[in-house]
Design a protein around this ligand. Structure first.
Ligand code: P6P
Length: 335
């Protein structure tokens, strides 16, 4: 059992990746290298985020660049940095990014992997100092190497994910990811430029008393969603909604709870994207013992039709997601 080699808290991400690779005798190291490339980009984006507040008062700190160009939007910077790190790393042939309408070919036609990524989700929160995040999924290409990746390579169901993770740029910056053998969290020490294992083998509580949903849209909740929210209130749940998906998800993962982005009038398919938000967090939550669905179907079994399609998301502690699904099923039955 892989816990025999469990690494101590404080092990570096690099040592952890190497140790986990040893668990796979036929591993050739490409996935390990890809994970390192993502961690590098996360460190760079972390630095840009921490500096961004200062650049706004550029005069005093001289952070405006030599052309005197204005500070680019952080999500644009994050997109550039992750694409560059993945291109230079050589393991990825094609990228789907929230920031790009079309899939991006890196030119690494020998690359075995596809990455779907939201480089900086919730970036509207950055200038009010609320935590934001990077969300990524990794798939193995199905098309032969030696060519660019194809649309089919990018439209695989979430069950085909090889790895999934997020970076939360918060009071501390953390990288949380899974390769299908549990979920591990690493905390970044900027003074050393290293991620250290801080949350080994994360297991999410089976139930909880936190519910996260934007009740500003409650007028357009379906009967089932409204009934579940009423159930939470009758049972003295706490309402916790940061409005930054990674922050809300991370808190519920550790403490137990449910996050819901349902279909609303403004967002009839929900607001969150299947490829690089819902599927990514669904893989992580399932690996931590939780559950994720669109209210009726397991998120990871949904066959994507297009790169940026949205879907409703009910995600978190198994018992809470199943409770919400029961209310939706009752609504369906009485419809
Ligand atoms: P609403 C941020 O824009 C985001 O994509 C997620 O990070 C967040 O959970 C959600 O949208 C918030 O959306 O409609 O509640 O403001």
């Amino acid at each position: 059992d892989h816990n025999k080699f469990a690494l101590p808290v404080g092990a570096t991400l690099d040592r952890f990746i190497m140790r986990k690779q040893e668990d796979f005798p036929y591993a050739t190291g490409e996935l390990s290298q890809l994970l390192r490339d993502i961690a590098l980009a996360a460190k760079i984006v972390n630095r840009e985020i921490n500096r961004s507040g200062l650049i706004d008062i550029a005069g005093a700190y001289g952070n405006r660049n030599v052309q005197g160009e204005d500070q680019q939007k952080l999500d644009v910077i994050a997109n550039i940095r992750f694409i560059r790190a993945l291109r230079n790393g050589g393991e990825v042939c094609t990228i789907v990014s929230e920031e790009e309408d079309e899939m991006i070919q890196t030119g690494n036609t020998q690359g075995k992997y596809i990455v779907a990524i939201d480089p900086l989700d919730g970036s509207s929160n950055i200038d009010v100092n609320v935590s934001i995040g990077t969300i990524f999924s990794i798939y193995r290409r199905m098309s032969p190497t030696g060519t660019d990746g194809t649309a089919q390579d990018c439209l695989q169901p979430g069950t085909q994910q090889v790895a999934a993770g997020y970076v939360i740029y918060g009071s501390s910056t953390m990288l949380v990811y899974t390769t299908g053998n549990g979920v591990n969290g690493f905390t970044y020490d900027p003074s050393l430029g290293e991620f250290f294992l801080s949350h080994p083998d994360i297991v999410s509580p089976k139930t909880g008393t936190i519910y996260s949903i934007n009740e500003g849209s409650s007028d357009s909740f379906s009967e089932g969603v409204a009934a579940f929210v009423a159930h939470c209130k009758e049972n003295n749940f706490s309402a916790r909604y940061i409005g930054s998906l990674v922050a809300d998800f991370h808190r519920n993962l550790l403490k137990g709870g449910i996050y819901i982005y349902p279909a609303t009038k403004k967002a009839p398919q929900g607001k969150l994207r299947l490829l690089y938000e819902c599927n990514t967090l669904a893989f992580i939550v399932e690996q931590a013992g939780g559950k994720a669905s669109n209210g009726r179907r397991r998120t990871m079994e949904i066959e994507p039709d297009n790169l940026h399609e949205r879907c409703p998301l009910f995600i978190g502690s198994t018992e809470l997601v199943e409770k919400a699904e029961a209310f939706l099923a009752k609504e369906q039955a009485s419809a």
